[in-house]
Design a protein around this ligand. Structure first.
Ligand SMILES: Cc1cc2nc3c(=O)[nH]c(=O)nc-3n(C[C@H](O)[C@H](O)[C@H](O)COP(=O)(O)OP(=O)(O)OC[C@H]3O[C@@H](n4cnc5c(N)ncnc54)[C@H](O)[C@@H]3O)c2cc1C
Length: 379
């Protein structure tokens, strides 16, 4: 086979984070697929920096529907995802101080009817999340069926499964330009040119920038930096049974993490697409907010990182063919929910790419395709 023909595919996916890996896996069941990734390791950017929470009450309605739709996959993944469960028990507890009743009420209204969610009083909050300062929170919502995600197993499972299906992953292959000629996209990288009738833009924080390189109009994506820290638990305390504890206004959260605590100021600072790094100020704000809510004396930060959560205005994902650029498919804007929703979103994206009906059960969850279509963002 000549070099040129070996670089011809039916679908080329740009970006090997969870979005690119999952949609490539789904599509490789019936098509010749390549994934091009600019870094030497897939998962280096946002996918490798998440808090690994699965919550069916987190995010806007389309994301909640796609997350619930993902549960069947998480519960019973194909063998290539390994023997260990991808999800492990980890409830999510939203807490409100006496001045945050309105915020909790808004959350309750948004998720009304969601099974497995209960209102909890101050006493129950203290029992569930015993490190909270007594009296700090007066009411809350507890999602018992929330889970922790093994993100690495999920991501690596998709990449392994993709290769088993004959797909290719090419790293160190930043796509510098993309051009369409006679029904075929040709994308250029330092690692050679690749062509296919369909290009999928799964470049995370870079999705608008990559569109521009392809001569496609942007959809208004904004990367937002979020910071996370790992700190020790107080001596002799085992945090493992605790839920993720989230402020009702999402000003902070705390999650047990392998015997330590992952804490975040839940910052959302607009950023250029980049290798995001934590800022001293965000670390200080995080420690201050956490110490106000929890009986924790943070003397040392064991680890800290930041990642970019990328949103359009309505915070729903952008999934579908561009209305003006033939063969250019958007899979972007997953914001802070791109791991938990990856199985459902990638199955939807694959159906849209090959032109099938929507995945079974998705519309019954109240999902509407127009809510995620890139066409809604062209004004
Ligand atoms: C602190 C934090 C906590 C989070 N917590 C959660 C959580 O608990 N649950 C949850 O579901 N989600 C969470 N998220 C969000 C989740 O991590 C993201 O939604 C998800 O990782 C986005 O995946 P992606 O594949 O779109 O992006 P990325 O993982 O960033 O992948 C995009 C890839 O495209 C590549 N790329 C870019 N441009 C090019 C180019 N021109 N050519 C080739 N390759 C290119 C990049 O190198 C990158 O690897 C969190 C995010 C952060 C930052």
């Amino acid at each position: 086979m000549s070099e040129q023909s070996s670089n011809q595919f039916e679908i080329v996916v740009i970006g090997a984070g969870i979005a690119g890996a999952s949609v490539a896996y789904e599509l490789a069941a019936g098509a010749r697929v390549a994934v091009l990734e600019m870094e030497s390791q897939p998962g280096y950017h946002t996918t490798g920096r998440s808090a690994a929470v699965y919550s069916e009450i987190y995010g806007p309605a389309p994301m909640r529907a796609l997350t619930s739709q993902s549960r069947a996959f998480y519960k019973n993944p194909p063998a290539v995802f390994g023997r260990e469960p991808l999800l492990t028990p980890r409830g999510v507890l939203y807490i409100a101080r006496s001045d945050q009743s309105d915020s909790l009420e808004k959350l309750k209204q948004a998720i009304a009817g969601q099974p497995g969610v209960s209102s909890v009083d101050a006493e129950e909050i203290q029992r569930l999340s015993p490190l909270l300062r007594p009296g700090y929170a007066v009411e809350g919502l507890f999602e018992e069926n929330a889970r922790g995600i093994d993100v690495n197993a999920l991501h690596q499972g998709y990449l392994r499964g993709l290769r088993e299906r004959g797909g290719e992953v090419i790293t160190n292959a930043e796509v510098m330009s993309a051009e369409r000629d006679t029904g075929v996209w040709t994308v250029s990288t330092r690692n050679g040119d690749f062509s296919a009738p369909v290009v999928i833009n799964a470049t995370g924080a870079w999705a608008d920038e990559f569109a521009a390189r392809a001569g496609v109009k942007p959809v208004g994506l904004v990367p937002m930096r979020r910071t996370a820290l790992i700190v020790a638990t107080p001596d002799g305390v085992n945090p493992e049974p605790w839920p993720v504890t989230v402020d009702a206004d999402e000003q902070f959260y705390m999650k047990p993490d392998a015997g330590r605590l992952l804490i975040s100021p839940a910052d959302e600072t607009p950023s250029e697409p980049c290798d995001a790094q934590p800022e001293e100020m965000d670390i200080a704000i995080c420690i201050d907010r956490i110490q106000q809510a929890f009986a924790l004396d943070i003397r040392r930060v064991e680890n800290s990182w930041a990642g970019l959560r990328t949103f359009v205005d309505d915070h729903a994902p952008v999934c579908g063919f561009d209305p003006d650029a033939e063969g250019f498919f958007w899979l972007a804007g997953q914001g802070g929910y791109g791991i938990q929703s990856a199985p459902g979103l990638s199955q939807l994206a694959a159906k849209l790419v090959i032109g099938g009906p929507l995945p079974d059960g998705l519309e019954a969850r109240g999902f509407k395709i127009d809510d995620v279509s890139p066409a809604r963002l062209r004004y």
